[in-house]
Design a protein around this ligand. Structure first.
Ligand SMILES: Cc1cc2nc3c(=O)[nH]c(=O)nc-3n(C[C@H](O)[C@H](O)[C@H](O)COP(=O)(O)OP(=O)(O)OC[C@H]3O[C@@H](n4cnc5c(N)ncnc54)[C@H](O)[C@@H]3O)c2cc1C
Length: 482
C-alpha cells in the first residue's frame, strides 16, 4: 500500500474482537471493509488476545455452557455489580443479543472448550475460547481474509475529519516498504461509514494521571500498550457525547513484578480471599472475604491504587498455598512472619501486630472455598467475613500487589445500533442528526461505559465487543444500501 489516499465503504479502526465482529457484519452485507490496526501483526488483537471467555445468556445447556443462565439472572448480576449505573435499554439489548452470539462467532471461526478449572467458577455463564483469545483472533483473521476484508497492520489512525457528526476521512500513519526500506507514510482514508473499535485509553498514562494524579505512574496496564485513546479524544473533539467517570475502570490486583504493559492474565492474583492484605504501613484496609471472589476481584485494583505508594502485599501461609491459581512469579517466602516482613516494604512491628490481631480474631469454622462459609473474625476492623483461618503454619508467603488496569470506562455514548451520539444542534446549527444520522459507530471498550458505569461481570467485556461490533457492522452495512 503506497498510495497517499484510499477509498473504502467501511473503515474499521482497531484490530480486536469488536473490530473483527464489526468488519464481518459489514462485509457480509456487501460492503468493502478496511481494518486499520495500530499493532504489528504478531501482537494484533489488542486486549482481546489476552481473554479466555465471554458471558452469554442461555435457558438450557448450550454448547460448552452448562446448566442455564437466564437473561433475567444476567440482568440482576449486572445490576448488582454496577449498582444501577448502566443504561438499561442497552444493557438488556446486550443480554438479549448475547444469547446467539456464541454460535454467530463459531460460524466465523471461533472455537470453544469446556470451562477451565480454577477460573472464577464460570462454567454456567461463560463460554471459553479454545486456546484463549489469541487463538480466537487467529481464527478471526483467517476468516477475514476469506471474506476479502483488507487489514493494514502498524497503521495508526491519528486524526478524524468529522463535519457536523459526519465522518469524512481519517489520517492514517503506516509503515510502507520503499525499495526494501521501511518508511512511515501518511494516508488519507475516505469511507462512507466509520466504526471505531480502538479500545479504552488505559495505556495513556498522562491521561490516567489527570484523574488519578501521580498515583497513575505506579499503575500497571494488563493488556496492550496500544490503547491510548486518541480516537476517543478525536470523537470528543468532534462533538460526540462522552460519558463516564474518568476514574471508572476495570482494575484488579496483580503481581507488582509484572511488566508495565501486556503482562496478561498470568499476573493476576486470586489468593486474596485466602489470607490477608496489608499496605506499606503494615495495616489491613479491606475485608478480604467480603463476598465470593468473582464478585470482588475487580475492586482490588482500585483498593490497592488508593494505598500509600500504590503497593500492598497479600500474605498467607502453607495451609492456603494450594487454594488458588498462582501468579507466574514465585511468592516471596520465609519460615517465620518476621522473616517475611524483612522482605517486604513494611514496618516489621506494625506488620506483626496486624497479623497477631488478625490471628486472635479468627473464629472456629468449617472452611469451604466454594461458598460464603462460616470462617469469620470477631472484633476486628476491617473484619474478614469469610474464609478466615489463622495464618500460622510455616512457611509464610507474600505476593506484592499493584493496581493492574484492564480497561477504562469513560467512552462515547451510543444508541441501539451502536451509532455514536453527538450533541444536538447548537445555535450555529452544528449537528442536525434528525436530518442525517451520524455515519460513525463505536463498539467494544470505547463504548463499554454505556453498560458499565462501574463494577464488572467476568466475561462481559468480550460480549460487549462482539454484540455491539455485530450491531455496528450490520447498521453500517445497511446504511450503505440506503
Ligand atoms: C489480561 C486480560 C484478560 C482479559 N480477560 C477477559 C476475558 O476473559 N473475558 C472478557 O470478556 N474480557 C476480558 N478482558 C477484557 C477484554 O480484553 C476487553 O473487554 C475486550 O478485548 C475489548 O475488545 P475491543 O475490541 O474493544 O478492544 P481491544 O481488543 O483492546 O482492541 C483495540 C484495538 O484498537 C487498536 N487501536 C487503538 N488505537 C488505535 C488507532 N489510533 N489506530 C488504529 N488502531 C488502534 C489496538 O491496537 C487494538 O488492536 C481481559 C483483558 C485483559 C487485559
Amino acid at each position: 500500500m503506497t498510495a497517499a489516499s484510499y477509498q473504502v465503504d467501511v473503515l474499521v479502526i482497531g484490530g480486536g474482537n469488536a473490530a473483527l465482529c464489526a468488519a464481518f457484519a459489514a462485509r457480509e452485507q456487501g460492503a468493502s471493509v478496511l481494518i486499520v490496526e495500530k499493532s504489528v501483526q504478531a501482537l494484533r488483537g489488542g486486549n482481546s488476545r489476552h481473554t479466555r471467555n465471554l458471558r452469554c445468556a442461555h435457558d438450557i445447556p448450550s454448547g460448552t455452557l452448562v446448566e442455564s443462565y437466564t437473561a433475567e439472572q444476567y440482568w440482576q448480576d449486572l445490576l448488582r455489580v454496577t449498582g444501577g449505573a448502566t443504561n438499561e435499554d442497552l444493557a438488556r439489548l446486550l443480554i438479549e443479543e448475547s444469547a446467539d452470539i456464541r454460535q454467530w462467532m463459531e460460524q466465523r471461526g471461533a472455537q470453544f472448550q469446556p470451562a477451565l478449572a480454577g477460573t472464577l467458577s464460570l462454567a454456567h455463564s461463560n463460554a471459553f475460547f479454545l486456546g484463549g483469545g489469541r487463538a480466537l483472533l487467529n481464527r478471526y483473521y483467517e476468516h477475514a481474509q476469506q471474506l476479502g476484508i483488507k487489514v493494514w497492520y502498524e497503521a495508526q489512525v491519528l486524526e478524524l475529519d468529522v463535519q457536523h457528526g459526519q465522518f469524512e476521512s481519517a489520517k492514517v500513519s503506516l509503515q510502507v516498504d520503499v525499495n526494501g526500506v521501511a518508511q512511515k507514510q501518511s494516508c488519507e482514508v475516505r469511507a462512507q461509514q466509520l466504526i471505531v473499535a480502538s479500545g479504552g485509553y488505559q495505556s495513556n498514562i498522562a491521561w490516567l494521571r489527570e484523574a488519578w494524579g501521580e498515583a497513575a505512574d505506579n499503575f500497571l496496564i494488563r493488556g496492550t500498550g496500544q490503547n491510548t485513546g486518541e480516537m476517543l479524544a478525536a470523537l470528543d473533539a468532534a462533538g460526540a457525547i462522552t460519558h463516564g467517570d474518568p476514574k471508572a475502570c476495570h482494575a484488579v490486583a496483580i503481581d507488582a513484578r509484572a511488566p508495565k504493559f501486556d503482562g496478561g492474565i498470568v499476573t493476576r492474583l486470586d489468593c486474596i480471599p485466602f489470607g490477608v492484605v496489608v499496605n506499606t504501613l503494615g495495616e489491613r484496609f479491606y475485608d478480604e472475604g467480603e463476598d465470593i471472589w468473582p464478585k470482588r476481584y475487580a475492586i482490588w485494583g482500585s483498593l490497592v491504587a488508593e494505598q500509600p505508594k500504590q503497593l500492598a502485599y497479600a500474605v498467607f501461609d502453607a495451609t492456603a498455598a494450594r487454594d488458588f491459581m498462582p501468579s507466574v512469579y514465585p511468592a516471596l517466602q520465609a519460615p517465620s512472619l518476621a522473616g517475611l516482613a524483612q522482605q517486604l516494604e513494611v514496618p516489621q512491628t506494625e506488620f506483626l501486630a496486624t497479623l497477631d490481631a488478625y490471628n486472635a480474631a479468627v473464629q472456629p469454622g468449617d472452611f469451604d472455598p466454594t461458598t460464603l462459609d462460616g470462617c469469620t473474625t470477631q472484633g476486628l476492623t476491617p473484619a474478614k467475613s469469610h474464609w478466615a483461618r489463622p495464618i500460622a503454619k510455616p512457611p509464610f508467603y507474600a505476593y506484592p500487589l499493584r493496581c493492574g488496569i484492564t480497561f477504562t470506562y469513560l467512552g462515547v455514548a451510543v444508541d441501539a445500533q451502536a451509532r455514536v451520539l453527538f450533541a444536538p444542534v447548537d445555535g450555529a446549527g452544528k449537528v442536525d442528526l434528525n436530518e442525517r444520522p451520524s455515519n460513525i459507530f463505536a463498539a467494544g471498550e470505547i463504548m463499554a461505559g454505556n453498560i458499565l458505569g462501574r463494577g464488572y461481570l467476568a466475561g462481559i467485556g468480550m460480549t460487549i465487543g462482539a454484540v455491539f461490533g455485530r450491531l455496528a457492522g450490520t447498521a453500517a452495512g445497511a446504511a450503505l444500501r440506503g
